[in-house]
Design a protein around this ligand. Structure first.
Ligand SMILES: Cc1cc2nc3c(=O)[nH]c(=O)nc-3n(C[C@H](O)[C@H](O)[C@H](O)COP(=O)(O)O)c2cc1C
Length: 325
């Protein structure tokens, strides 16, 4: 039986347990001197590393120099991100950065615009590697630009970036060899995506296309829309979490499941029954930075209050479950 404290080795990185902090933007945090990342982010991620998370995936960070999104270009951003990496490493967490391509209409992109985005996607991975991150996760979920490539009904392109799953995944798989050639051998390249794109078979085909191309890790959330599929009797987590379990059966690379996992019982259920390799706990870990240690030690968890729209997006000080941040 797999234990939640069993390590998982991905590309030579020893992830010390099976509990992941998924990417979560915190727009009320501010960097110093106009940078996006700063002291608040450093404290935020360091606390979750102290709290026992085995893998931390730092929030969506734009690959473009967009002004309205967290980026990684200014001296302040670079210094803060480096500090986040070294603090998380010091507490034994593996750390990745989520890379995001905004929310654009991919059907209107010229080929040159796609190539330009791919250059930015690659450069961002290289910068993350230079800053010491153990890997990157490309954000192919939640209806954003990269998700639109993967969705078989949204993507109406007739060139090599539209059509079958191999084509729809090409925006990343085409640049993967170049990323590999310019990063060290242990650098993880992962993908966050959904299962329903728009049918389950489309998500399965996309997952297999990524696996075939050499992607190391899949993180299954949702695609254009959250799923409403039924879960089998006795499955004690959400339909979205079940999506992760379904993809896990179809590929031989590690899979993370996520969504509304709040209780020790659910974490153990998913890992001990080998439904998935890793379990991500988002709002649960915002409410309780020590979530991982509490679950590992079977101690009470400070539970997320389940607000309709999480206050951490806009003003974390309003979170009713928040402790001191
Ligand atoms: C405040 C907040 C910010 C989020 N930001 C991101 C993000 O940057 N990238 C992403 O892929 N998902 C983001 N998400 C989604 C989470 O990673 C996670 O999938 C979602 O909250 C469901 O998991 P949970 O029920 O454990 O919170 C965010 C969620 C919250 C609550």
């Amino acid at each position: 039986m797999t234990e939640i404290t069993d390590e998982l080795v991905i590309r030579g990185n020893h992830i010390k347990n099976r509990i992941v902090m998924p990417p979560m933007v915190t727009f009320s945090f501010r960097g110093d001197n106009g940078s996006y990342y700063g002291k608040q982010h450093i404290e935020h991620y360091t606390k979750r590393a102290i709290g026992g998370a085995g893998l931390i995936i730092v929030q969506a960070t734009s690959v473009f120099g967009a002004v309205d999104s967290t980026g990684m270009w200014s001296t302040g951003d670079i210094a803060a991100l480096k500090q986040i990496v070294s603090n998380c490493h010091a507490y034994g967490a593996t750390i990745m950065l989520q890379l995001h391509c905004g929310n654009m209409n991919i059907n209107e992109f010229s080929t040159e615009e796609i190539h330009s985005m791919q250059r930015n996607m690659k450069q961002a991975a290289l910068r993350a590697c230079e800053k010491g991150f153990d890997g990157v996760e490309y954000h192919f979920a939640h209806g954003f630009t990269l998700c639109k490539f993967l969705d078989a009904s949204y993507n109406r392109r007739t060139d090599q970036y539209g059509g079958d799953a191999l084509n729809r995944a090409r925006v990343l798989t085409q640049i993967l060899p170049d990323i590999r050639n310019n990063t060290h051998k242990n650098f993880i390249v992962g993908v966050r995506m959904g299962e329903y794109l728009p049918e389950s078979k489309d998500g399965i085909e996309a997952a297999r296309a990524f696996e075939k191309a050499g992607i190391d890790l899949l993180h299954i959330s949702f695609g254009m829309e959250p799923p409403a599929n039924p879960v089998p009797e006795g499955f004690i987590c959400s339909p979205m979490t079940y999506s992760g379990c379904k993809i896990k059966k179809e590929v031989n690379i590690p899979v993370i499941a996520v969504n509304e996992i709040r209780k020790e019982e659910q974490v153990r259920f998913l890992i001990e029954n080998d439904y998935v390799d890793l379990v991500a706990v988002g709002r649960g870990m915002l409410a309780d930075p020590e979530f991982a240690n509490h679950v590992i030690n079977s101690e009470p968890v400070n539970t997320c209050a389940g607000c309709k729209r999480c206050f951490w997006f806009t003003d974390h000080t309003l979170c009713p479950a928040r402790s001191e941040e």
